[in-house]
Design a protein around this ligand. Structure first.
Ligand SMILES: [Zn+2]
Length: 535
């Protein structure tokens, strides 16, 4: 007997076996039960999530000798032929192939004739978005006046490419990506049935590489079995899938915690030598940062994770070293990096640089602590202040804001007093609590001030992307509401791009020890507001 690929061998034959699409299968079953079956369906969703499988099960349900029934028998001639793909009354057309177009022409002829044997003539059109305009027009004519014995099931991965004239005549179903845990348990049971011994790590790697596609996950298992036989180890999975080893991801984050740039470079070299894909590694790091963030936000509720024991342990340990703000910053930076990697000719170097940058981001100390120290009346010498850096044994306070300015004025530095910015601080704090996306943009502001009922937010020209992000109507309204919570009324909001220049001063503030301390701790620049008189 010839070898049958796992995805085909284990293809679900009943509605209840289709994983992760309960809403779709239940609706279809109810429609059959109540005798209200549409004459055309459009199944859309990413590849490998059960569209064609569900189409075939629906065809069986409609043409089963015992049907139409929500539970096709699976043993009658119709059911068997449909499952094998050779039923005379169920035609599967692959619109992506050249024959697809001819098939549609034939289809127009074909629909006029009655069925050969079964109740309905059913056309399953796969990759329907690939049909030409001619083919769509031909199809449309049939969809407009469908003969009662004809049913259409269109499947597509690109819903937006189907003309509205077609979609409006179909009952539409959206197939979701299948959750990690469902694919994992399915793969586990297939491995057991097939007598294959696969390490837990290897299975998890396959599932995460498949990104919600059951078929891809099963193909990966197929490939690994072809290479490794019936025993698949962690190392096999790493070698074959090119996936970033979780110890590598954890190691990289440890290097960020320890501000060890050298270690980052070493680990990245190791990864490159090991044949790991830079984009895959970047995605893994992003996923790990997301886990750290969720772990902090939910106080470690495990049900949110599909992690191995090792990953759980490391997530718990590492999460205490970062503030949520740090993690959001990392997440932003690496997400941008992941997009850039696609077009970058040196992806490893680009990713390495991004990781080194996260070290700088994590270096930003907790401003509140420093502010508190300064507010104590300047009795403390700057050198005595030990900023709590990223490495702390307990979770640090949730906020570390690098950007600040006083009400209406830029940071004022005098001999003993540093007057600090209540409004910008409060706005950021509120945004972090109530509007995280807004916060992630606001924190890039160079200056936020509120004066005379007017809020002014300044971005430097290198950050003008955040200016655009905040300038949309929705963002502005949200921003207005937040400001109103602080100042009591809806203020006028001005968001500008402006590079604030350093003005000459009688006394150079750079010589001030406290300023020196700030400059050393914050990778930023000193800005002196020319409107402020030197005290
Ligand atoms: Zn049957």
């Amino acid at each position: 007997m010839s070898y049958q690929v796992l995805a085909r061998k284990w293809r679900p034959q009943k509605f209840e076996d289709v994983l992760g699409q309960e809403l779709v299968t239940r609706t279809l079953q109810n429609a059959i039960r109540s005798g209200r079956v549409a004459h055309a369906f459009l199944f859309s969703g990413v590849r490998g999530v059960g569209k064609t499988t569900t189409a075939r099960i629906l065809a069986k349900a409609l043409n089963c000798e015992k049907g139409p029934t929500p539970e096709p028998c699976g043993v009658c001639v119709s059911c068997n032929e449909i499952a094998a793909g050779n039923s005379i009354d169920v035609l599967e057309i692959d619109a992506a192939s050249n024959r697809g177009i001819d098939n549609i022409r034939e289809l127009r002829e074909n629909v006029r004739y009655l069925t050969a044997r079964d109740r309905f003539k059913i056309f399953i059109i796969d990759e329907a978005h690939m049909l030409s305009n001619d083919a769509f027009n031909a199809l449309l004519k049939t969809l407009e006046e469908p003969p009662p014995h004809v049913k259409f099931i269109l499947a597509t991965t690109e819903h937006h490419k189907i003309p509205p004239t077609i979609t409006s005549r179909c009952q539409q179903f959206d197939f979701k990506a299948i959750p990690f845990s469902l694919i994992l348990s399915r793969l586990q049971s297939i491995a057991i049935e097939e007598g294959v011994e696969v390490s837990d790590y290897a299975l998890r790697s396959m599932v995460s590489t498949a990104q919600g596609s059951m078929r891809d996950a099963q193909s990966l298992l197929d490939q690994t079995i072809a290479f490794c036989g019936k025993r698949i180890s962690d190392a096999d999975a790493r070698a074959l899938l090119g996936v970033a080893d979780e110890t590598l991801v954890v190691g990289l984050l440890d290097a960020v915690i320890n501000k060890d740039r050298k270690k980052i470079v070493e680990l990245m070299e190791q990864a490159q030598d090991g044949g790991i894909d830079a984009q895959n590694l970047c995605r893994r790091v992003i996923a790990h940062i997301r886990n750290l963030l969720v772990f902090r936000a939910t106080a470690g509720e495990e049900k949110l994770f599909h992690l191995s024991d090792f990953e759980k342990e490391q997530t718990a340990r590492q999460s205490s070293h970062f503030s949520e703000v740090d993690l959001i910053r990392f997440y932003d930076l690496l997400n941008r990096t992941e997009n850039e990697l696609r077009w970058n000719s040196h992806p490893f170097i680009h990713l390495e640089m991004a990781l080194v940058k996260t070290v700088e981001l994590a270096r930003l100390p907790e401003l509140e602590k420093i502010i508190d120290e300064f507010r104590k009346g300047g009795e403390s010498d700057a050198s005595r202040i030990t900023p709590a850096r990223a490495v702390t044994s307990s979770p640090p306070p949730s906020r570390k804001i690098p950007v600040n300015a006083p009400e209406s004025k830029s940071a004022v530095v005098s001999d003993d007093v540093v007057r600090l910015p209540p409004f910008s601080e409060r706005l950021l704090e509120l945004a972090q609590k109530e509007a995280l996306p807004l916060f992630s943009n606001l924190q890039h502001a160079q200056n936020i001030s509120c004066w005379d009922g007017k809020v002014k937010i300044v971005f430097s020209s290198s950050d003008k992307i955040y200016h655009s992000l905040l300038s949309g109507a929705d963002a502005r309204q949200q921003l207005g509401n937040l400001c109103a919570k602080i100042v009591g009324t809806l203020p006028e909001i001005e968001i500008v791009v402006q590079d604030i220049s350093v003005a000459p001063s009688k006394r150079n503030p750079v010589d001030d020890p406290k300023v020196k301390f700030f400059v050393e701790e914050f990778p930023g620049k000193i800005v002196v507001d020319p409107n402020i008189e030197d005290p």
